[in-house]
Design a protein around this ligand. Structure first.
Ligand code: 5AD
Ligand code: SF4
Length: 462
C-alpha cells in the first residue's frame, strides 16, 4: 500500500505552520552527485525541523544555501557566480551559506572571496548543522564547520525526500582511497560506515511508507563494513536490504573496482530485487595511466570483474566513468581506452576532461595535456560510445521489460519509465493522462530505440 505521500507531507505541514510563527525561510540549490542530492534532502529536513520553510527562489528567502561540488574547476565556479549575483542582497539582511565540497575545499577563504557569506560547512560537519543555525540566528556572521576529524555519519530522522518512489540511503560516507585526480578524500573526509542496524531500520521504515525502490549511496559502497558486531560486508548488506518485504528494487552507487569482489555479483544473482545494473568506474583503459592515477588495479584486473558480471546468471547492464587527458596520457594510452569501450561494450558512460584539483597528487604531475587535445579526445570517446549505445539499444527492440513509472511527457503522450537495468523506457498506455500510473511497475514492450533511451508500449502480460 502506498501511504508515503500523506505520511511524508505531514511533517512538512507542521514545519510550515511553525514557520508562520517564526518567519524563517530558506532557499537551497544543489550541485554535484547523488551524495550531494541526498545530503540536501537531509539538510532540508533538519532546517524544517528547526522551524524554517523552504521557498522556491533566493529572492524570497532569508537564508540562501548552496550545496556545492568541486569535482572540476567549472563546477566550483558555479557557486561563486551565484554568490556574485546576489552580492547586494546581503546588505538587506539576507544570510548566505556555502555547504558541501567547495566549502570544505576552500574553507575560510570563501569569506574573503565572498564577504557576504556567513556560513561555510563541509558534509563531515552536518551533524552540527542545528548548532550552526543557532549561531547564525544569534547574529554570528562567521560560522564554520570544517573539521574532517570525525567518525560520525549524518543520520537524521528529518530527511525530506524529494522523489516519492525512489529513496536514497547513505551507507558509507567519505573515502579512504587516494586517486591522484580526486578531491573527494579532502572534501568528504575519511571513510565511515553506518551500522547495519541503522541502515536496515531506515530501509524498513521506507518500505513501510510505500517506497519500493532504494538506492544505497556512498563514495565507495564496496568498502562498506558494518561497525557493529554483526560485521556485514557490502554483499551481505545488499542481500539483507533486498530481503525486506515491500522492497522491489535495490540499486547502489558508486563502486571502486579494487573493492568490487565476486560475492557482490553472487548476491545480485541470488536476488532479482538487486537491479540488473553495475556502475563500475574504470577511468582509463591504459594500465600505465591507471597506475599514475593510483587506482590500485590494472586493466586486466578490471576486465576480470567485467567477466564476473558478463558470465553471471542474469544479464546486467554495465556503465562507467572515464577521464580523458590525465597528465601523461599519450595517444596510445587513449587508444587503449577506446579499445576498452569496444571490449566491454558499456551500456552508457559518463566522460570527463581531466580537471586539476587543489591538494591532489596529479596537480604536480608533468606532461599536462592541452585543453584542445582533451576536448578532441572527449569528442572521439563520446562519438564511439554513442555508436555502441545505438547498436546495443537496437538489440532490445521486441523485448518486454518491467519499468517503474517515474513521470509523464504530456507533449508526446508518453509515460516515462525506468528499467531495472537503468534505461529510460518511455511508453504509451491506454491510461493517457493524469498521474494514476506514477510509481507503478508495469511491463512494456520495446518498439523503438535511440542512443540514450527506448520507446515502447505497455503490454498486459510479461
Ligand atoms: N577531473 C575530471 N574528472 C574527475 N572525476 C573525479 N575527479 C575528476 C577530475 N579532477 C570524475 C571521475 C569520477 C567521477 C565522479 O568524476 O570519473 O568517477
Ligand atoms: Fe562533486 Fe565529488 Fe563532492 Fe560529489 S563528492 S559533490 S562529485 S566533488
Amino acid at each position: 500500500m502506498r501511504t508515503s505521500a500523506a505520511a511524508l507531507r505531514l511533517p512538512l505541514k507542521e514545519a510550515y505552520n511553525r514557520t508562520i510563527v517564526s518567519g524563517k525561510t530558506f532557499y537551497l540549490e544543489t550541485f554535484g552527485c547523488q551524495m550531494n542530492v541526498h545530503d540536501s534532502e537531509k539538510v532540508i529536513g533538519t532546517l524544517m525541523a528547526q522551524g524554517y520553510a523552504q521557498v522556491p527562489t533566493p529572492e524570497a528567502a532569508g537564508l540562501v544555501l548552496y550545496n556545492t561540488c568541486s569535482i572540476s574547476d567549472k563546477a566550483e565556479q558555479k557557486v561563486f557566480n551565484r554568490l556574485q549575483n546576489f552580492k547586494r542582497e546581503a546588505g538587506k539582511g539576507k544570510i548566505f551559506g556555502v555547504l558541501g565540497c567547495v566549502a570544505q575545499q576552500e574553507g575560510e577563504k570563501i569569506f574573503e572571496r565572498a564577504p557576504h557569506v556567513s556560513l561555510v560547512a563541509g558534509s563531515a560537519s552536518y551533524t552540527r548543522l542545528g548548532e550552526m543555525l543557532v549561531q547564525l540566528e544569534a547574529g554570528n556572521r562567521r560560522v564554520t564547520g570544517l573539521s574532517l576529524d570525525t567518525d560520525e555519519t549524518f543520520d537524521t530522522p528529518f530527511t525530506r525526500r524529494d522523489n516519492p518512489h525512489r529513496a536514497y540511503i547513505t551507507i558509507i560516507e567519505g573515502c579512504d582511497k587516494s586517486c591522484a585526480y580526486c578531491v573527494v578524500p579532502f572534501t568528504r573526509g575519511p571513510e565511515r560506515s553506518r551500522t547495519s542496524e541503522s541502515v536496515m531500520a531506515e530501509a524498513s521504515g521506507l518500505a513501510a511508507q510505500g517506497y519500493a525502490e532504494i538506492q544505497l549511496l556512498g563514495q565507495n559502497v564496496n568498502s562498506y563494513r558494518d561497525p557493529s558486531p554483526a560485521g556485514w560486508d557490502f554483499a551481505a548488506l545488499l542481500g539483507r536490504v533486498a530481503g525486506i518485504p515491500g522492497i522491489r528494487r535495490v540499486r547502489y552507487t558508486t563502486s571502486h573496482p579494487r573493492d568490487f569482489v565476486k560475492p557482490i555479483v553472487d548476491a545480485m544473482d541470488e536476488n532479482p530485487v538487486l537491479c540488473d545494473h553495475v556502475h563500475l568506474p574504470v577511468q582509463s583503459g591504459s594500465s600505465k595511466v591507471l597506475a599514475a592515477m593510483d587506482r590500485l588495479y590494472t586493466r586486466d584486473e578490471y576486465m576480470r570483474r567485467i567477466e564476473w558480471i558478463k558470465t553471471a546468471k542474469r544479464k546486467y547492464s554495465i556503465t562507467t566513468d572515464i577521464i580523458v587527458g590525465f597528465p601523461g596520457e599519450t595517444e596510445e594510452d587513449f587508444q587503449k581506452t577506446l579499445d576498452l569501450l569496444d571490449e566491454v561494450e558499456y551500456d552508457s558512460l559518463f566522460s570527463f576532461k581531466y580537471s586539476p584539483r587543489p591538494n591532489t597528487a596529479a596537480l604536480e604531475m608533468r606532461d599536462k595535456i592541452a585543453e584542445e587535445e582533451k576536448q578532441r579526445r572527449l569528442v572521439i570517446l563520446q562519438e564511439k560510445q554513442r555508436a555502441i549505445q545505438i547498436r546495443r539499444n537496437a538489440e532490445l527492440i521486441g523485448e518486454v521489460k518491467e519499468v517503474l513509472v517515474e513521470g509523464r511527457q504530456q507533449a508526446l503522450g508518453q509515460w516515462i519509465g525506468r528499467t531495472s537495468d537503468n534505461r529510460t523506457l518511455n511508453f504509451t498506455h491506454p491510461e493517457n493522462g493524469g498521474d494514476s500510473l506514477l510509481g507503478k511497475y508495469l511491463p512494456v514492450r520495446v518498439t523503438r530505440s535511440g542512443p540514450n533511451s527506448l520507446v515502447g508500449e505497455s503490454v498486459t502480460v510479461v
